[in-house]
Design a protein around this ligand. Structure first.
Ligand code: ADP
Ligand code: MG
Ligand code: MG
Length: 888
């Protein structure tokens, strides 16, 4: 017996999602729950994979099973596929495991040919409808199965629409539709050199093949790569009896969400089109009415739909995205799935559903992604700047606010060019008449999307919402001219390359740049609630990387529980302090240097006072000076240039002498490979007095604040240690400085001395380091750089992208921790450190501390905290909670 490749809707259920795809599993589940679903069946994802491994052949037995299932469907509907009197028509619909919105298209009305067309016309008593369905089949089949350009069909249709009064497709007469069909067939013949298939089984076979093939089509591949979806999931194919929304004014089609996917409000949200087939809403060709319109047209159907929506939401315990069709006053359900939603809606829905008793707090925490939290703490347009722009006449138009967020960039009118421009580092706003699956690559590389047509469930809107991309659609007032690369509104023209700003919260479109402001988390009540639930379950502490009191305050307001990395060098970079810093570096003896260090001391002390005050009650980990010394000096190139110029002109001998001296110093400090040169603890060990001064400043600040009643917990971190003797020497020396200060100030403060683990040798000898370190903080930026032997700046700019594109590396290891390599070093260091010092405090301060996957790793390896930038703190709180729940 061959495998089972085909399942009737009645034979499946929602647990079979991997096999039947999301859509197939939903249809199966609804059929079995007694909802009005047109009969049909699903060819499995395994059949798709088998198709490819057999060199694009249906696996053995599959076609026979399809034929058998078609017969079962005929029995259930009382219609016959290809029958001239009572024809069965079906749709062929793709459906992968997770929904990939609009990626693989559907063919409707399979089963129509010149014979069955007559039958359909007679049976329905509606010739217009029959021809309308036929022309849709030819164009959809031509486009989707045969790759004929959609514009060619549209041009034909537009030609006929132009001859009507209303100019809409519903205004076409029967005779016109007959001519459209004839013109479509001719177009088909001219394009392909073959006739549109009369054999309905041939139509079916080719359509199924095309859906399978689309799995490896370029659009699907782009989408998968972006979302990290595996190539070997495959797509299922659903064959579903047609129901007709285009049978007249008592018919129609719609798409609706059980809650508002934009705001999360608990209200039915969607769109409805009378006398239309489903594609019309999704493709954004006709701008539809809000679903509330259905309530006016047919209150009973609306009420029934509302009831089924509630039921499905309860059943799936999540907001559902539904497709409905009304055929002559009867409601049919064509799809249910968990609805895509904006970040704001995701949070609100999760919180509401907990208070409705639908889901638990823990489920709510798992329902929202770290990226969605990130989107909520992103900047919004400054209201004042918007007013000003409006005053200047730069508010161009108001479209539909399809996906929230503020975006500014150059207008680009084509997806390929948008991708190219984004690749060059430009911020792009993709502007299109409407979008199609071909635009997904361009959309994902843009900062925002603007379309002339389409509603809130159009392709552009759905893809944008799913990807946290600000999006404004349905700007009917603008006229997008793709050929001339511009859009016009009134007398004004925006050309490709001009800057525009779109506000996805309000639907406003501006010319030029609008400044943004940071979001106010205290106004995001739902997010605060959700994060408080996250805090109940997470075990990882969330610290922040902050160098200034201002950053420390922001991070605290976002929920940070400490500073994991306070860098000290920025204090040296400030203009007024620069000359002193340079003299300090130039000093040839420790005595000479001491004079300049003494001048720097009060500055450093003041900076720390502010930070300790902001962190009252929470730990602050201060890293001693780290960067290569040359970073504090003028650039060698510019000095050479100036010296040369001064020598030639001879205009200022005094200045020349100064510059020459500076150049000599810079030359003496010049390093071939500064990232591996004189930096980190090596500075403290070789330039007497520098780290002593820093520790003196830190402890004086700490003691003084303590005396004012501030609760100070300071941890001094020594960077870039590779050998235990480095740490031993620094810690011994600096502890003594700290003791002297506390003695002098007459107060003791809680403190620790520890080290960063950021070189492979440091990690490997962590047991030795723990003798002198009371804490470790993994500096995973350097640790990654040195483990791979990649210079980060060179790698990211040159070859890393190629590596990731070609799959040589699964991800950029500077963004997401390389768990197998760098992670192994960390795990080793954790174990060895604990062996020597069981209560050693362990954390991470590299940029990975804000990355969700890396946070999951940190949880598993047993760190106490992760430290990330202030605006990542909310994200990290959620990610840490998810890690705890996932690894329970
Ligand atoms: P997508 O995954 O892009 O949503 P679908 O397969 O769900 O693709 O369908 C595209 C459109 O065609 C939807 O509006 C859907 O409701 C409609 N449709 C699909 N199958 C049928 C059918 N059997 N009868 C009527 N309309 C259908
Ligand atoms: Mg659908
Ligand atoms: Mg480092």
């Amino acid at each position: 017996m061959s495998n089972k490749w085909v399942y009737l809707f009645h034979e499946g259920d929602r647990s079979m999602r991997d096999l039947l795809g999301g859509k197939g599993a939903g249809l199966a589940e609804m059929s079995n729950a007694g909802l009005p679903v047109p009969p049909g069946f699903t060819c499995t994802t395994e059949a798709c994979l088998a198709f490819f491994s057999a060199g694009r052949q249906f696996p053995e037995g599959m076609w026979e099973q399809v034929v058998e299932a078609m017969h079962a469907t005929e029995r259930e509907t009382g219609k016959v596929f290809g029958d001239a009197k009572n024809p069965l028509l079906v749709s062929v619909r793709s459906g992968a495991r997770v929904s990939m919105p609009g990626m693989m298209e559907t063919v409707l009305n399979i089963g129509l040919n010149s014979e069955t067309l007559k039958g359909l016309a007679e049976l329905s008593g509606n010739e217009r409808f029959a021809y309308d369905s036929y022309r849709r089949l030819i164009s959809m089949f031509g486009r989707t199965v045969k790759d004929i350009k959609g514009e060619l069909f549209e041009a034909v249709l537009d030609r006929f629409k132009a001859q009507t009064k209303g100019g809409r497709d519903t205004d076409l007469t029967v005779d016109m539709l007959k001519e459209v069909v004839a013109a479509y067939k001719e177009l088909y013949r001219n394009q392909l050199g073959e006739e549109f298939p009369e054999d309905v089984w041939e139509q079916l076979r080719q359509a199924i093949t095309a859906v399978f093939d689309s799995w490896f089509g370029p659009n699907a591949a782009t989408y998968r790569r972006f979302h990290g979806i595996s190539d070997d999931w495959g797509t299922a194919v659903n064959i579903c009896t047609m129901v007709f929304g285009n049978m007249g004014d008592d018919s129609g089609t719609g798409v609706a969400f059980t809650r508002n996917p934009n705001t999360g409000e608990p209200e039915l949200y969607g769109e409805y089109l009378t006398n239309a087939q489903g594609e019309d809403v999704v493709a954004g060709i006709r701008t539809p009415f809000p679903i509330a319109e259905l309530e006016r047209i047919n209150p009973e159907i609306y009420a029934e739909f509302l009831r089924l929506g509630k039921m499905l939401e309860g059943h799936y315990r999540d907001m559902q995205d539904l497709e409905l069709t009304v055929e002559r006053g009867k409601l049919w359900m064509l799809q249910t799935r968990s609805g895509k939603r904006t970040a704001r809606a995701a949070v609100k829905i999760a919180v509401d559903q907990v208070s409705e008793g639908l889901i638990t707090k823990e489920e709510a925490v798992m329902r929202v992604t770290p990226d969605q939290v990130d989107a909520l703490v992103h900047p919004v347009f400054d209201e004042k700047a918007k007013k000003a722009a409006q005053g200047r006449g730069d508010l161009l138009t108001h479209g539909l606010n399809a996906s929230p967020g503020a975006a500014t960039g150059v207008a680009i009118f084509d997806s390929a060019r948008a991708e190219a421009a984004a690749g060059m580092g430009q911020d792009v706003i993709l502007v299109r008449p409407e979008t199609s699956p071909d635009d997904v690559g361009g959309m994902l590389s843009s900062k925002g999307v603007l379309t002339q047509h389409g509603g809130a469930t159009s392709h552009a809107a759905v893809v944008a919402r799913a990807n946290n991309l600000p999006c404004v659609v349905g700007c009917e007032a603008i006229n997008v001219d793709v050929e001339r690369r511009q859009f016009t509104i009134g007398k004004r023209t925006i050309r490709e390359g001009d800057t525009v700003s779109i506000d996805g919260f309000t639907g406003e479109v501006f010319a030029g740049t609008i400044t943004t402001v940071e979001p106010d988390l205290s106004r995001e009540h739902d997010l605060a609630t959700l994060l408080s639930w996250a805090d109940e379950v997470r075990t990882l502490g969330i610290y922040t990387n902050a160098d200034h009191p201002r950053e420390a305050k922001v991070a605290r307001s976002f929920g940070a529980e400490g500073i994991g990395l306070c860098r000290t060098e920025h204090m040296f970079f400030e203009e007024t302090r620069r000359p002193t810093v340079v003299s300090m570096i130039m000093a040839r003896t420790d005595e000479a240097r001491a004079k300049f260090l003494a001048r720097l001391l009060p500055y450093q002390r003041e900076d720390f006072e502010g930070i300790f005050e902001a962190m009252d009650g929470l730990p602050t980990i201060v890293r001693l000076i780290d960067p290569p010394m040359h970073e504090f000096l003028p650039s060698r190139e510019s000095l050479i240039e100036e010296v040369t110029r001064l020598r030639c002109t001879d205009e200022n001998p005094k200045l020349l002498a100064e510059k020459e001296e500076m150049l000599a110093l810079v030359n003496s400090l010049h390093e071939i490979n500064p990232m591996m040169g004189l930096r980190g603890c090596r500075v403290g060990l070789t330039m007497g007095g520098v780290t002593e001064m820093q520790v003196q400043a830190i402890f004086e600040a700490a003691c003084r604040q303590a005396k004012k009643g501030v609760d100070v917990h300071v941890e001094v971190m020594i960077p870039l240690v590779t050998h235990v003797n480095e740490l031993k020497a620094e810690v011994t020396k600096l502890r003594q400085v700290a003791e002297e200060v506390m003695e002098r100030e007459g107060v003791r403060v809680d403190h620790k001395f520890g080290t960063m683990i950021e070189t492979p040798r440091g990690a490997v000898t962590a047991d030795e380091l723990a003798e002198y370190a009371e804490f470790f903080s993994f500096g995973t930026n350097d640790l990654t750089q040195m483990s791979f032997g990649f210079s980060r700046d060179d790698a990211e700019g040159k070859f890393l992208k190629t590596y990731v594109d070609r799959g040589i590396l699964p991800k950029n290891p500077f963004q997401s921790l390389d768990q197998t390599g760098v992670g192994k070093l960390m795990a080793m260091a954790v174990k060895a450190g604990k062996q020597t010092r069981p209560d050693i405090e362990l954390g991470i301060c590299g940029e990975h501390g804000g990355d969700a996957d890396s946070i999951d790793f940190c949880h598993r390896v047993g760190l106490k905290y992760v430290s990330c930038s202030p605006y990542r703190v909310p994200v990290a709180r959620l990610a840490a909670a998810q890690a705890a729940l996932r690894n329970r």
